[in-house]
Each structure stands twice: as C-alpha cells, then as structure tokens.
Design a protein around this ligand. Structure first.
Ligand code: MCA
Ligand code: AMP
Length: 464
C-alpha cells in the first residue's frame, strides 16, 4: 500500500487548526475517491489546508493521477496546468482559470469505499516543474517511485511512527507533498503542518512534541536569525534541509542557537530525493550525503567522460534507480533529452563526489534555472510572460544572490515607457507569486554576444 497501513493514535494529520485521525482521513479520502473514480486525472488546488491532504489521498486511493496546482498561480499558469495535464476534475475551492467541473472536498465527510490497490507502475502524481525555456512540464511519478523514495528516506533518517513530522512547506511540490505528507503517512508518523514555515510556528510545534523538521534553506536562515525559535528546536531528533543549497553561515547559526544543524538531502521533481545524509552521519555542511538505497549516481564531464571521486573535480551529476519519474507529458523530445544514451538521468546540477561517496552540489549547469526560496523557476518562462506586455521589447531574467531567498528574481527590461509596477501586476496575472520578479530594472539595452545571445553573466551581480 502506497500510504502504508500504520494506525496512529490521535491526529494523523494536522494542518493549522484542523486535524484528522488516520481512520477519519481514510474515510474522508474514500468519499473523494467515490466521486472521482474512473477519471483520467484530477487537479488539486494546492492550498495549505486539510482539504488538500484529503483530496490528494482520495486521488491515490482511487488510483487517479493527482495534479497538484500551485495555490498562488495566476489564472494563466493554472489554465496551462489544467489543460496540459488532461485533468478532468478540479478538487477544492474553485479558482479562476480552472475551467473544470469542481468537486468539493470536505474533511468531515465519511465513506467506507475501499477501492483495490492500483498497480505499482500506475501514475500517482503529475508534478509541474519549470525548465530553462517554455512553460512548466508535467513530470509523471509512479506509485512505485514514490514508495521506493519514501522507504529509502525512512531508512536514511530512521523515520518511524515514534516521530512527529513538522513543516509548513507548500503542498504542491515534492518537498512538502511527497516527503512532507505522503512520507509521514507511509512512515506512520503524525504530521503537523504549520500552514506557513515560520520559525515561530516551528518552535511552537517543537514545544508540542515535534521530532523531525523539514525546511528549505530560507526557512533555516530565518530560524537562525531568530535565536529564541532556534533554541526551541534544541531537543528535536532531526532537522532536514533541502531543495536548495544550505549556506554555511546558516548551519553555523543554527548550531550556535539550537545546538544542532540540519542534515541535507538532494533531489529533483523528476528524480525525487536521490542523495541524503543519514541521520547517524556527522554533519558536513554543503555536502548533501550519499546515494539513497536503490539509487546510483555518477559524475560526467562535458564530453561524457568519467570524473574522479576526489571531492574536488566537478562534473554533471547523473542518476538512475528506483525513484525516477516516467517522463514528461507531451512531446517525447523533452523526456528523451533528460536521459543519456546509456540510461542515466541528467540532473543539470554540477557536483563533486568524494571517495566515501558523499556529494556536494556546486551549482547548476544552466544560468536559466533559478532557485528562489527553494522554488525552481525557469528564466525563459518569466521572460515569455514579461514579453507579452506591450511596452516590453526585450527581457532577461536572472537570479541574483539573496541572503534570505538564496536567489532573487530580477528582470532586466528594454522598451518604451515601461512602468515597473504595471509590469509586475501584469506578471501577476500569468505567473505564480514566487516566479514574479522581485525587482524590475529598465535598461537601454541588454548585453549580447556576437550571435545576439544575451550575456546574462554581465547582468546584475554577475552570478546570472
Ligand atoms: C512573495 N512576495 C513577493 C513576491 N513573492 N513580493 C513581491 N514580489 C514577489 N515576487 C511577498 C509575499 O507575498 C509576502 O508578503 C512576503 O513577500 C513574504 O512572504 P513569505 O511567504 O514569508 O516569504 P516568501 O519570501 O514569499 O517565501 C519564502 C518561503 C517560500 C516561505 C520559504 O519561498 C517557500 O515556501 N518555499 C518553499 C518552496 C518549496 O517547497 N520548494 C520545493 C520544491 P505578505 O507578507 O504581505 O504576504 S521540490 C524540490 O525542490 C526538490 C524535490 C527538493 O529537493 O525538495
Ligand atoms: P525542483 O525541480 O524544484 O525539484 O528542484 C530541483 C533542484 O533543486 C535540483 O536540480 C537542485 O538544483 C536543487 N536542489 C535540491 N536540493 C538541493 C540541495 N540540498 N542542495 C543544493 N541544491 C539542491
């Protein structure tokens, strides 16, 4: 069973003030399953609510692929995801752009429907994720991949029903939804979702018995800057950081205030988590750990040549194993391009590996994939949305170093009479909030090379 069969005493899932025990969750989800059985796929409004958990579990029970839709996406992005995924129903509160029949989700509803367990190769989730160009693509994740990943993580972190998982991450990405909800259900550990991932909420949950805490580096950076909240985490069994690089200053700040720093783990929407530091390993900030059970990794140079495991030589990290996605929806070229000729998935991340098999992620191979607050944002998608504005003639979007977010999205625009505020409002119609530029800089011209390609390295802080 994908969701495991553990019976937890008391609330199995709490989101803010709303909670369900395991039996209540399963029967509320069964009521959803009864309504959606037979659908090709369903879209779920990914707001941070108990209803979202019920909707996702309902889809998994029914064997209907679930398409989580970012709660803050503008109507344009929502319309794209709904159409591209082929979702037939919208689960949760109606949102503009979700032009589908809406299925209400009520955590108080009960049904005793027990559909048969779907085959393990069936799709569990279709997660939308950005590439360097074009619109977000739907990555198809099988039940088998999800189960393999969660079991390997439980093994690495000694994650058990004795844990209480705490986080407040978005319920429409792998981190918050797959690890943060399905992981807790499969491990049988109660989940406390704090709605927003604030240091104060994590501290309060620690006081109420939380043992295992998930966060993106921005969350840990904010916690390190809030020593009272950090101190409350001193008794936690394990803090985990992922989705983006954890700065050493943040790890040191947490060690000073909380007496411990997070273990790191690395992954992608397409591969799920593939590399993790084990709970019982020493902390090595900046090193994301060893390949998970069922996963193999390798480093390859620019021309496909092997890169030595000397902890210094950099190559592209490539992975294969049980946790990988089945491919993107739509034309097969994108899926084909993600793989090497000999069957390894190209992560697009530059890494080093040492003789003990530990990995350090040193950057991305492309400047056009930005990580802001742990969200992956394709520069091309943001540029395309800005170029739709009549006053914008040219656009270049880059990620600039930011202490809080890791990278901050900055747009350089060329055009006549551009009003940066109007452009920001325009972008809001088309893009999720975290994809919108935090800053718009109007310039005379963009730096270009002889071929006419924008030289992003020359923009802003030069990190492009
Ligand atoms: C947000 N704000 C903005 C913009 N975006 N203002 C102007 N322009 C923007 N583009 C505003 C918000 O509305 C808010 O205003 C204020 O900034 C601060 O918001 P807050 O939510 O505190 O912070 P944030 O800065 O928006 O976000 C930080 C965050 C968030 C909470 C850490 O980035 C986050 O939830 N990140 C998690 C992403 C994640 O789960 N990634 C996993 C992907 P006001 O206060 O007025 O409301 S999966 C993955 O990466 C793989 C598999 C892996 O390894 O995990
Ligand atoms: P996403 O598609 O949102 O799942 O983002 C995946 C990307 O996040 C990876 O390709 C990495 O660039 C980045 N990432 C995830 N975890 C880490 C980590 N622990 N350290 C550095 N980068 C990470």
């Amino acid at each position: 069973m994908l969701l495991g069969s553990a019976t937890t005493e008391g609330p199995a899932v709490r989101v803010g003030d709303d909670a369900l025990d395991r039996e209540g969750l399963e029967s509320a989800a069964a009521a959803v399953a009864a309504r959606i059985r037979g659908a090709g796929a369903v879209a779920v409004h990914g707001e941070a609510s108990l209803g979202t958990v019920v909707a996702v579990v309902g889809g998994l029970l029914a064997g209907v692929p679930v398409v989580p839709v970012p709660a803050d996406s503008g109507p344009g992005e929502r319309r794209h995801i709904v159409r591209d995924s082929g979702a037939e129903l919208w689960l949760g509160r109606f949102q503009e752009g979700a032009d589908l029949p809406t299925v209400p989700v009520d955590p108080a509803e009960r049904s005793s429907l027990t559909p048969p367990e779907p085959p393990s190769e069936a799709a569990a989730l279709i997660m939308y994720t950005s590439g360097t160009t074009g619109r977000p693509k739907g990555a198809v994740l099988s039940r088998r991949a999800v189960a393999a990943d969660l079991d390997a993580l439980a093994d690495a972190w000694a994650w058990s029903p004795d844990d209480v998982l705490v986080h407040g991450l978005p319920l429409f990405h792998v981190h918050g939804l797959v690890l943060g909800v399905l992981g807790a259900l499969r491990a049988g550990s109660p989940l406390v979702h704090t709605v927003r991932p604030t240091p104060g909420a994590y501290a309060a949950a620690a006081g109420a018995g939380g043992t295992l805490f998930f966060g993106v580096p921005t969350v840990w950076a904010r916690t390190a800057r809030d020593p009272a909240s950090a101190r409350a985490l001193a008794g936690a069994r394990l803090l985990v950081s992922g989705s983006a690089p954890l700065p050493d200053t943040v790890a040191r700040g947490l060690r000073a205030a909380a007496g411990q720093s997070p273990v790191e783990r690395y992954g992608m929407t397409e591969t799920l988590i593939t590399v993790a530091a084990r709970a019982d390993a020493g902390r090595r900030t900046g090193w994301v750990g060893t390949a998970l059970r069922g996963v193999e990794t390798r480093l390859r140079g620019e021309h496909g040549e092997p890169v030595p495991d000397d902890g210094e030589s950099v190559g592209e990290l490539q992975v294969r194993g049980d946790t990988l996605f089945d491919g993107y929806l739509g034309p097969s070229e994108a899926t084909a391009a993600a793989w090497t000729g000999d069957g390894w998935m190209r992560t697009g991340d530059a890494a080093v590996r040492d003789a003990d098999g530990w990995h350090r992620i040193v950057g991305r191979m492309s400047v056009d994939l930005i990580k802001t607050g742990g969200y992956r944002v394709g520069a091309g998608e943001v540029e395309a949305a800005l170029l739709d504005h009549p006053a914008v003639r040219e656009a270049a979007v880059v990620g600039e170093a930011d202490e809080d977010l890791g990278q901050r999205i900055v747009a350089y625009l060329v055009g006549e009479g551009i009003d940066p505020e109007a452009v920001a409002g325009f972008a809001a119609e088309r893009l999720s909030r975290h994809k919108r530029p935090r800053e718009v800089r109007v310039v005379e011209a963009l730096p270009r090379n002889a071929m006419g390609k924008v030289r992003k390295a020359l923009l802003g802080d030069g990190r492009g």
